[in-house]
Design a binder for this molecule. Structure first.
Ligand SMILES: N[C@@H](CCC(=O)N[C@@H](CS)C(=O)NCC(=O)O)C(=O)O
Length: 212
């Protein structure tokens, strides 16, 4: 199984399946692609009909949307429990992943992932609204399934796809100095403390490629 990913410093979509696979201890071959190289789009079109990454290649199968990659991995490796076992929790985890996949345009546009940098940033009302929604969503999931349970500090107790989907938001809050309540900070620390997250951040810091 091969996962084609973009620059670790910039590619938020790539971080999500990479992190899920790593935390679950699933073996895969990583193929790192420079999104900004000359002819990069042509190169990506070899693997993906959309010309975007991440792309999961498994024998003859190609999956080019992050949410579909997540579902495929969860089905192929059920013991990894990348979705919560409880059907109600699982439905909520899928809902927040879908919300992340489709939403938060203001935050994503104003604060593109840039793991190794720190930017002075003034919140606009639109970004502030996205941040408030994310903070509320994290608190809701953690109150119901995280902190209240004995399973752990993640959104649904143990690590799930929901945490992978919000991991690039955690790095954005750090990079752009976005202040959040203590509870949200504790959640961010939980994500940042993952050895796989540290590995990604270290690689992003060392990456020589820069965006134009
Ligand atoms: N909907 C896609 C989005 C993937 C995406 O936008 N990937 C970016 C890198 S983070 C990309 O490949 N950009 C290159 C381009 O748009 O040409 C997914 O969920 O995987």
């Amino acid at each position: 199984m091969q996962l084609v990913i973009g620059n670790k410093n910039y590619s938020s979509w790539s971080l999500r399946p990479w992190l899920g696979l790593k935390v679950a201890g699933i073996e895969f071959e990583e193929r790192l692609h420079n999104l900004y190289a000359e002819h990069a789009r042509e190169e990506r079109l070899q693997w993906s009909p959309t010309g975007k990454v991440p792309v999961l290649l498994d024998d003859d199968l190609t999956i080019w949307e992050t949410i579909a990659i997540a579902e495929y991995i969860a089905e192929r490796f059920p013991l990894a429990q990348l979705w919560p076992q409880d059907p109600i929790a699982r439905a909520l985890a899928r809902t927040v992943c879908a919300e992340m996949h489709a939403g938060f345009a203001a935050l994503r546009t104003a604060c593109p992932m840039d793991v190794r940098s720190r930017h002075a940033f003034e919140l606009t009302p639109e970004v502030a609204a996205d941040v408030a929604r994310i903070v509320a969503l994290w608190a809701d999931c953690r109150e119901r399934y995280g902190i209240a349970s004995s399973e752990g500090e993640f959104l649904f107790g143990h690590f799930t796809w929901a945490d992978a989907f919000f991991a690039p938001v955690v790095t954005r809050f750090v990079s752009y100095g976005i202040e959040v309540p203590t509870e949200a900070q504790l959640y961010m620390q939980t994500v940042l403390a993952l050895p796989a997250m540290q590995e990604w951040i270290a690689a992003a810091e060392l990456e020589a490629w820069t965006a134009p």
